[in-house]
Design a protein around this ligand. Sequence first.
Ligand SMILES: Nc1ncnc2c1ncn2[C@@H]1O[C@H](COP(=O)(O)OP(=O)(O)OP(=O)(O)O)[C@@H](O)[C@H]1O
Ligand SMILES: [Mg+2]
Length: 319
Amino acid sequence: MKQTYYSPKAFASLLGISKTSLLDGEAAGKFPKPEIVNDMRRYSPQDIPNYLKILKKKPLVPTKRRQLFLNFKGGTGKTSVSAFYAFRLSQLGMKVLLIDLDPQGHLTQCLGIDHSDFEHTLYNVLIERMDIKETILDTPVANLKLIPANLNLSPVEIALTSVNARETRLKKSLASIQDDYDVIIMDASPSIGLLNLNGILASTELFVPVLADFLSYHGLKILFETISTIEEDFDFLFNNIRVFINHYNASHNICLRAKEALEKHYKDYLMDTIIRQDTKMAEAASLGLPLHQYAPTSRGAVDIDGFIKEVFDPLPINL
Ligand SMILES: Nc1ncnc2c1ncn2[C@@H]1O[C@H](COP(=O)(O)OP(=O)(O)OP(=O)(O)O)[C@@H](O)[C@H]1O
Ligand SMILES: [Mg+2]
């Protein structure tokens, strides 16, 4: 994973202005002077919020967001989509924290981070009351941070059963760092347990990736029942629940039929954006590279951009 830099043309286009206005604005002192490396101007994603302010546009993220990718069914794309989406948001200038809630540590690996590169996981925070800031890792990308996971996190389920306020410990810890991030994104494991319950109660938005097949469709019913019981028991309500189809292949009849069933029964939750099947996604994940770095023009990358436009509508930049 590496830091993104924009050329003057790409940066101006993102801001919705011409390259000439950008360069003239710099000469006139309206915009700050960019970094010059090898005689070339380069612009960083972290500078975008400041440029938006100067251009009197809306901020990228007017209210802080806490988002959870969850599905009790395995292999629906929680990890890959959340990792690629988070990286892309950071490329667009948002301050992003990713949290790996799965002791298998797939999200951590998906970002190319090795198990030996970190000591602490949420176990230390939720059970030993370590300051959550001590578990946050820097990544090669300035505005993307990660709370990683590995098998050290797995005893957390049992350990949580015997502590006080066992369901809301993550929420409480996140409150202390929320101001540092525009978006906090959590990747859950495919299970029902106390760690995922902590993830749910710590979030304001839920993303449910589903495959366009009938097993996923039936699994959704259980997921929705569980969520509504939790909402009732804990007097809690998601601001938003979004179901999206991943791994979609329009040439498969089963995909078309499952999509129709989802449109019929989950109309209020189903996103317009569909993430198509794309081998580049699997390749990027296995190489530990973000999709927008590995294959920025791939189908998957285009679909994730569509996903971002839908979630952050209206976005004050041009994607
Ligand atoms: N749109 C896609 N096109 C092609 N392959 C995909 C796509 N989305 C995910 N995959 C691949 O499918 C597999 C499962 O994805 P992923 O690990 O993200 O799912 P998950 O929901 O996190 O799984 P788990 O429930 O085990 O945590 C991975 O090999 C991933 O690379
Ligand atoms: Mg996963």
